[in-house]
Write a protein that binds this ligand. Sequence first.
Ligand code: ZZB
Length: 258
Amino acid sequence: QEYTAVKMEVVEWSEAAKAEIEGKVGGRKVFLVAATLRPETMYGQTNCFVGTAIKYGVFAINQTEAYVCTYRAARNMAFQGISTPRGNIDQLLELDGIKIVGTKIKAPFAINPEVYVLPMDNVLSTKGTGVVTSVPSDSPDDYQTLVDLRKKPEFYKIDPKWASIDPVPVITTPTYGDLTAPTLVKQLKIQSQKDTKQLAEAKEIAYKEGFYSGTMLVGEFKGESVQDAKPKVRASMIESGVALAYAEPEGLVISRSA
Ligand code: ZZB
């Protein structure tokens, strides 16, 4: 899988994370790094998700920057030459997902430039970076999780203001309109993020519809087809230094010499 890894700079740590991080990052700028297959939707980011039971690390990438992601992702990045020297993994500290919730971060290219980190049940520690940027307009999983969080903020132990940004229309499709994910969630009668089977179906439809029939409503490539805009937005983000290419061949095991 060829992901776009989006660098979401920490603006203000949650209280819990602040206490852990104090004095451990050597003045580096810290970024949560989210792996996405849909860079063209980044205009519509409204928050970011972590798994509360997942262990993350803060990894020194070089002298000036550190990334928050799973150890697994940091290792992949090291072997892809993203961190220097190549192959070197420098974990500054470990951080429980639950402690990152409530952190305020930058969402590059988004219409809402600052967003909060929120909890999501279905984040996999074995995929991407373990950090997921949220685009509820075009991702059914993200939309349903946002609905769940807004319904039960106490249960999820969040401040309602962290989940207060509404989905932003970024792509229009002939069948589902300007908010593909919310429309699909309603049509498929999805009730919660626990409806994983229907959510997988909705995701499949949203991917196809967005890619083959979507038109950009915002951004530098407004009016262009998603198919055309996708690589251009990706290139633009990478060129601006807010994203990087991150590859993850499925089932790849880094081989050791015998
Ligand atoms: C933003 C975004 C906007 C995404 C969208 C999707 C959509 P796939 O297809 O199953 O490989 N993701 C990334 N890492 C994780 C993780 N560790 N656990 C759970 N979800 C993760 O999934 C790739 C997508 O799954 C990624 O692209 C990311 O969400 C999420 F409008 O980033 B995406 C119809 C989907 N739309």
